[in-house]
Structure formats: C-alpha cells, structure tokens
Design a protein around this ligand. Structure first.
Ligand SMILES: NC(=O)c1ccc[n+]([C@@H]2O[C@H](COP(=O)([O-])OP(=O)(O)OC[C@H]3O[C@@H](n4cnc5c(N)ncnc54)[C@H](O)[C@@H]3O)[C@@H](O)[C@H]2O)c1
Ligand SMILES: O=C(O)[C@@H](O)[C@@H](O)[C@H](O)[C@@H](O)CO
Length: 312
C-alpha cells in the first residue's frame, strides 16, 4: 500500500507517523529539503514518544521510519492509492497542489484535503477529476485521535467515498464520521470554534478567567461528554427544561461573525500562544511538556496500529 502527503507541518507529520506506523509506504512531498528534514525529525520524535510509552518497540520504529520517503518532486507520488493535502489553509495554494498531484497519480487515486473548515466543492473546483476528491479532516493529535471527518464534494463518486472510507478505517484504523452534507467547519470545528469564541468573549467581558474557562471545559463539559452523548443528555433532561433555559442564555452569548479582538490584538503584539510563550495563558510558568503529554494521554489505551516489523 502506498500513500502520499503534501506538506510537512503539524498535520502532515502526524499523518505521516500514522501511515508508516500502519505499514504504509508513505511519500511526503515538501517544498524544501529543510522542511522535509524537519518533518522527518518530528515523525521520529513521535515514534520516540510511543516507544517511551511502551506502545512501539525500537525495531518497529526503525521498520516504520523505513517506509517514509521525503521528496520535493510530486512525481514521486505515482502509484499512491491516497494522497492527503495538508498545506496551509489557503484556497489558491490547495488548488495549486491538487493540480500538481493530478498530473502524477492515477484516476482512481483518492485526493483528500485535511482542511479544518473549507468546503470540498470550493477547494476542488479547478480539479480535472473532482469525483475522486474528499475532505478527510483529522483532529489533533492526528496520529492518535481516532476520529476523522469524511466530507464529500457534490461530485465525489460512490466508489471514491467507499474507497476513502475503507482506507481510513482498515489501513489507518480511523473512526470515520461521514458528514451527511458538507458544511463549513464540519461537525467538530463548528462546536470547537463556538467554544473558542464564547470562551474568548467571556474573558474579554471580564465574566471569567482563561483558567476558569479551561477548568470548566476540562472537568465538567469534557468529563460529561466523554462518557455520554450530547443528545443522550439532552433527552435525559428533557425538552421542556431546555426550552426554558436555552432562550434565557441565547441573547447573551457572543454572536460576532469576526474573530475576537483578543486574538487579533495578540497577533499584532506577537503574543499568539505557546510558540510565543504567551497567549491566553502565560506559558513562562506553565509546564508545556505536561500539557503535551495530557494532549496525547487519552488515546494511548486505544493504541492499535498494525506496526511493521523490522526485516532484519
Ligand atoms: N493544526 C491543526 O490543529 C489542524 C488540525 C486539523 C486540520 N488542520 C488543517 O491541516 C492543514 C495543514 O495545517 P497544519 O496545522 O499542519 O499547518 P502547518 O503550518 O503546520 O503546515 C503547513 C504546511 O504547508 C506547507 N506549504 C506551504 N506552502 C507550500 C507549498 N507551496 N508547497 C508545499 N507545501 C507548502 C508548509 O511548508 C507547511 O509544512 C490546514 O488545512 C489545516 O486547516 C490543521
Ligand atoms: O482541533 C483540531 O485538531 C482541528 O479541528 C483543527 O482543525 C484545528 O485545531 C483548528 O480547530 C484550529 O483553529
């Protein structure tokens, strides 16, 4: 089995880890040797983490890394069953990438975008064979988090849908959520960005601190919906109470259609998050390594890759 990835960033690196970790011959196409080397380093570090967690042996890591090919040449994608585009969330760039990929792969190759929110019909509009295009939206940490949202374009064929779903489920061991209709942000990001917007709004309005918003999401909302479904609880409480409570809240939540000022101010000030040491939190006195571990920990029990064994 051969797959390809276009891009060398956060998602490309984690999806490359997932692919080679499930025995897939994987070609990562990047725009510079420097970015490709960085991608390979991140994949190696991902495996080092899994070795440290006793999920992968050093021999299995070596076998998996042996399935990773780095290239600046799209022609090396030839023979891929599935090519994932994971470049910047920029429509013209994505469309440029698809044009390059289509010149190098067969007509039955699935071309997928990892886009967080963009509509498949919009980003695939310049493609020659739109019927083989899908959105396959992973969720961080993309190599461990099992859910992947599969979003079809209006011209995506039934064969392409079935092939994409099968590859994601049987080869990459994902739990596929197949959208009934394409909608910007799909399911996950529509909810996540509502949470982001409202949390930012509450901090801006002095209603709550970033710390208390985090605490409420972590220890109340996530705990509840980590074991029961949103609508299971909705039915548990019953429509009548929601019918009273909901409308007493709705007029007071943030309904802005633009990004919160806190964020645009932070970008202007170079205070954009962990990368800058300060964002909604001051990371100078927070344990980033602990945060990164907590981000992965929930998925380690379910780790079930078909790891390749070393030939040696
Ligand atoms: N970061 C996340 O949490 C996340 C989660 C799910 C989906 N996504 C989506 O995945 C995609 C990639 O996001 P990311 O977070 O990995 O971004 P990133 O910034 O980490 O990586 C973007 C990559 O695009 C590459 N790139 C830019 N121009 C290029 C070109 N001309 N040719 C080839 N490569 C080029 C960059 O070198 C970089 O490797 C986006 O569509 C994003 O919305 C991101
Ligand atoms: O949360 C994720 O992993 C993804 O849904 C991403 O698409 C990404 O984090 C965006 O939400 C960032 O705004």
């Amino acid at each position: 089995m051969k797959m390809g990835i276009c891009g060398t960033g956060v998602i490309a690196s984690s999806m490359a880890t997932l692919m080679v970790g499930n025995g897939v011959d994987t070609v990562v196409v990047g725009r510079s040797q420097e970015s490709l080397d960085k991608c390979q380093q991140v994949v190696s570090e991902r495996f080092d983490f899994l070795v440290a967690q006793d999920k992968v042996t050093a021999s299995q890591k070596a076998a998996a890394m042996g399935k990773l090919t780095l290239s600046e040449d799209y022609a090396d994608l030839v023979g891929s069953e599935f090519v994932l585009e994971a470049v910047w969330e920029n429509i013209p760039l994505k469309q440029e990438i698809y044009g390059k990929v289509e010149q190098c792969v067969g007509k039955d190759t699935i071309i997928a975008s990892a886009t967080s929110a963009l509509l498949p019909d919009v980003i695939s509009e310049q493609m020659t064979l739109k019927e083989r295009f899908v959105v396959a939206h992973p969720i961080q940490p993309a190599d461990l988090q099992p859910i992947i949202e599969l979003v079809l374009g209006s011209e995506t064929s039934v064969n392409a849908k079935e092939k994409a779903k099968d590859l994601l489920e049987t080869v990459l061991k994902r739990q596929v959520v197949l959208m009934e209709k394409a909608a910007p942000g799909f399911i996950y990001n529509r909810f996540q960005h509502l949470l982001f917007r409202e949390g930012l709004y509450m901090v801006e309005q002095g209603i709550a601190s970033a710390e208390d918003v985090d605490k409420t999401i972590r220890f109340a909302l996530s705990k509840r919906y980590g074991s029961i479904g949103l609508f299971e609880y909705f039915d548990d409480v019953g429509f009548s109470l929601h019918n009273v409570i909901g409308p007493s809240i709705y007029p007071h939540v943030c309904s802005d259609l633009h990004m919160n000022q806190l964020v645009t101010d932070g970008i202007a000030a170079g205070k954009t998050g962990i990368a800058d040491g300060v964002g909604m939190h001051d990371w100078s006195n927070r344990d980033v390594a602990d945060y990164q571990y907590r981000k992965q920990a929930p998925y380690l029990d379910g780790f079930d890759w078909d790891l390749p064994e070393s030939e040696s």
